[in-house]
Design a protein around this ligand. Structure first.
Ligand code: NDP
Ligand code: 2IT
Length: 447
């Protein structure tokens, strides 16, 4: 059987065994369709069914999360943790709290996390978890009670050497605090490295908050440098206005990019003279409000309710909100408007047809599992600091992050050349991540 037809068969099996989980199917397809040449070079991977094994999570946990809201009403949400692969280290990956969460979303994220984590070169396996709990318009006390109930079940599946969650959409330092407090209470152990993204006041790493956004911008910088260009002076748009988007905008501004637009699920802010990041931070991080309010503070900024940020002409575009937010039509508009580079701060934000548009146009395109790996890499640095009971300075930690991102870029770039597709970071990232996982799986035997 040829590499391609074997891969086609594996994909059909994944679709059959995981009905209705369309995001998971999409994530699997995107990875395995680039692996044909690797199977030709390494027939032992095919013999040992490495791809088939990777597509089946090692363990999946689904549980009830009951809690009482501020009005005294009982609420029931669903909790998930999909422990996908642990050959390179303890399961590692974020928790997402969003009403759209179901098993297919957690599985796509967990699957991508395996390769992303392998790409960082750090000793971490892949996992993801979360809940369909919607934190919007919930009080701190409600979020706390939800987190306590969630951890009351999840704690028995976690541990510094077993599984180490962190944040994702809807989970930031506040939620990690409540989750850690409940873990400590349930286990009677101050096990710092059981969660990352903690506050630096009690075991968190400096730079973890900034790491995903900063890392994505370092990745764009590397892609542009490889083409003899830089960020300086270029117009940039960043979708979202959450953790990843805010710190991507901060680093773009520090590298003298001109950030002219950001968004949330309600609409887009277009501010031609430059986004006022202090205002975005106050509105989103401190007051937890909508981006629409930005326009009340700046008369020359325009709020476009329900608009698409990809309609705004720019040279650098960073999707930093959610999956499938950038489709084929949006990709065509970006290319037609002169976009030079796209790097994904979010996970799988570009649809497969959108990715094809970027690749055919020959613009620099950095897929999420490479471009947003700085977040989880800095989580691994947090685990290192916790293990050695040490705390590093902001400068030292950021330097490590920058080295890791330029290493990821170099490895992806070289693998793309080795396999005859120069500049194809999708192929490069998938192959580098996959090879690292596959070698460990071979070494461990059939497990
Ligand atoms: P946040 O919750 O801090 O922010 C999410 C942002 O995306 C908000 O502006 C939100 O708008 C918007 N958004 C979320 N869901 C949707 C949706 N369905 N439609 C439109 N807009 C939406 O999350 P993060 O910044 O942490 O995560 C953003 C992306 O980055 C996700 O894809 C995540 O998986 C990825 N990522 C995060 C990492 C991290 O370290 N946090 C690491 C690597 C990747 P609104 O408030 O209106 O919902
Ligand atoms: O998608 C991701 O890489 C994250 N949400 C961060 C995971 C982590 O463990 O820091």
């Amino acid at each position: 059987m040829t590499g391609e037809s074997r891969i086609e068969r594996i994909y059909e099996q994944v679709v059959r065994r995981n009905p209705g989980e369309v995001e998971f199917h999409q994530a699997v397809k995107e990875v395995i369709e680039t692996l044909g040449p690797v199977l030709v070079k390494h027939p032992e991977y095919a013999d040992q069914k490495i791809i088939e094994r990777i597509c089946e999570p090692e363990r999946q946990i689904i549980f009830r999360v009951p809690w009482v809201d501020d009005r005294g009403e009982v609420q029931i949400d669903r909790g998930f943790r999909v422990q996908f692969n642990s050959v390179l280290g303890p399961y590692k990956g974020g928790l997402r709290f969003h009403p759209s969460v179901y098993l297919g979303i957690i599985k796509f994220l967990g699957f991508e996390q395996i390769f992303k984590n392998a790409l960082t070169g750090m000793p971490i396996g892949g996992a993801k978890g979360g809940s369909d709990f919607d934190p919007k318009n919930r009080s701190d006390a409600e979020v706390m009670r939800f987190c306590q109930s969630f951890m009351t079940e999840l704690h028995r599946h976690l541990g510094e050497y077993t599984d180490v969650p962190a944040g994702d959409i809807g989970v930031g330092a506040r939620e990690i605090g409540y989750l850690f407090g409940q873990y400590k209470r349930m286990t009677n152990r101050y096990e710092s490295a059981v969660l990352t993204g903690k506050s630096p006041h009690w075991g968190g790493s400096l730079v973890r908050r900034e790491a995903t956004g900063y890392g994505t911008v370092y990745f764009v910088d590397e892609m542009l440098k490889a083409r003899g260009q830089s960020i300086e002076g270029h117009s940039c748009v960043v979708s979202g206005s959450g953790n990843v988007a805010i710190y991507a905008m901060e680093k773009l501004q520090r590298l003298r990019g001109s950030v002219i637009a950001c968004s949330d699920s309600g609409g887009v802010i277009y501010h031609k003279s430059g986004i006022d990041l202090d205002l975005v931070k106050r509105l989103k991080e401190v007051e937890r409000r909508r981006i629409a309010e930005y326009a009340q503070h700046h008369r020359d900024a325009k709020y476009i309710p329900g608009g698409s940020i990809w309609d705004i002409p720019c040279e650098i575009a960073l999707p930093c909100a959610t999956q499938n937010e950038l489709d084929e039509a949006a990709a065509r508009r970006l290319v037609a408007n002169g976009c030079l580079a796209v790097a994904e701060g979010a996970n799988m934000p570009t649809t497969p047809a959108g990715v094809r548009v970027f690749q055919e146009a020959g613009i620099a395109y950095g897929p999420g599992k490479a471009a947003n790996a700085g977040g989880v890499a800095t989580s691994a640095l947090e685990m290192q600091q916790n293990a050695s009971r040490d705390t590093w300075s902001f400068e030292h930690t950021e330097e490590r992050l920058q080295e890791i991102m330029s290493g990821i870029h170099r490895n992806c770039h070289e693998a793309a050349e080795e396999f005859g597709s120069p500049g194809n970071y999708v192929l490069g990232a998938n192959i580098v991540g996959f090879r690292r996982v596959a070698e460990a799986m071979l070494a461990f035997g059939v497990i």
